[in-house]
Design a protein around this ligand. Structure first.
Ligand code: F6P
Length: 333
């Protein structure tokens, strides 16, 4: 069976006037970097990727060799293409403007180079998450200054977003604002083939994903929702629920968009602002989930409407099947 490749898919989007050539090339470049990361992840212990490099990133998390390598792969792949003004990453404290010896473009790229990297050593899926914004012009029409301020735009301004899962297969999910579409890496042709067009999340679900070891610290609305799920068919929900938690957001979100479900990393008494990062985890995932017919909130506010205050800001995340997400939101006063 001849499948549409990512290249063909993006050219069709360009012909339809949905994206310009620069954005098409940018997404292709990110996809190429994801292929390179996938190869390195696949080497596992043979590549020494899970070893700590003895350095903490800006989040205070210990970096592993593969975190650093994945960051470098994405930086090197993207800085010379001429379509970006700056890049920002979970692994870098400040945004990195495009070096002056390369042409500057109109886009800003944010990424989490290797999400779920605590899973590298134990042969469980990891992934890459990315978000693309336009670099805004100054008030007086001046060219965009690609500093941190330029990045601080709400998620509803994203022009593209996506994530790769490095699992039993490598899958790339992409949106440019007209649906969410999944591509599987064909290891024979080494190209991404469209295998999951027009992903739709079932509105109802009986499966939740949350780290229940934090239960004693949750706020009342989340505790109520999970208690009701756990009560099963004898409780107020009148049916049994199942629980899944991979501890790699990319893998958990891919499951949710594939067969329905609700994914939560709520704020709690330890992580008062939540744990996940707004700009390169919550926003791109919220964009994809909404494009697939789901919903994403921090409890009271739609994630895509939050005005960011900092590049590495944390946020509570509740996303997935629409009816369940709306139920959790309705429990918040
Ligand atoms: O980026 C943070 C992350 O690794 C996510 O991918 C994942 O959902 C979460 O942390 C796992 O958290 P915990 O360690 O509490 O299970």
């Amino acid at each position: 069976m001849r499948r549409t490749t990512l290249t063909q898919f993006l050219i069709e989007r360009e012909r339809a006037g949905r994206i310009n050539a620069d954005l098409r090339l940018l997404i292709e470049t990110i996809a190429r970097a994801c292929k390179a990361i996938s190869v390195r992840v696949n080497k596992g212990s043979l590549g020494g990727g899970g070893a700590s490099v003895g350095v903490q990133n800006v989040q205070g998390e210990t970096q592993k060799a593969l975190d650093v390598l994945s960051n470098e792969i994405l930086l090197e792949a993207n800085e010379w293409g001429g379509n970006l003004a700056a890049l920002a990453s979970e692994e870098m404290e400040n945004p990195s403007p495009i070096p002056t010896h390369y042409p500057r473009g109109e886009y800003l790229l944010l990424f989490d180079p290797l999400d779920g990297s605590s899973n590298i050593d134990v042969n469980i899926s990891t992934g890459t998450i990315f978000s693309v914004l336009r670099c805004p012009h100054g008030h007086d029409g001046k060219p965009c200054e690609p500093d941190e301020q330029a990045f601080l735009q709400p998620g509803n301004k994203q022009v593209a977003a996506g994530f790769a899962v490095y699992g039993p297969t490598t899958i790339l999910v992409v949106t440019v604002g007209d649906g969410a579409h999944g591509f599987t890496l064909d290891r024979e042709t080494f190209s991404f083939a469209l295998t999951h067009p027009e992903i739709r999340i079932p509105e109802e679900t009986s499966e939740f994903a949350i780290n229940t070891s934090n239960m004693r610290r949750w706020e009342a609305p989340v505790k109520r929702y999970i208690d009701e799920c756990l009560a099963g068919k004898d409780g107020p929900r009148g049916r049994d629920f199942n629980m899944r938690w991979v501890a790699s957001m990319v893998a958990d979100v891919f499951r949710v968009i594939s067969r329905g479900g609700i994914f939560m990393y709520p704020r709690d008494s330890k992580n008062k602002d939540g744990r996940l990062r707004l700009m390169y985890e919550a926003n791109p995932m919220a964009f994809i989930v909404e494009q697939a017919g789901g919903a994403a909130t921090e409890g009271r506010t739609r994630i895509l409407d939050i005005q960011p205050k900092g590049l590495h800001q944390r946020i509570a995340v509740v996303l997935g099947s629409k009816q369940e997400v709306e139920r959790v939101a309705s429990y918040h006063p």
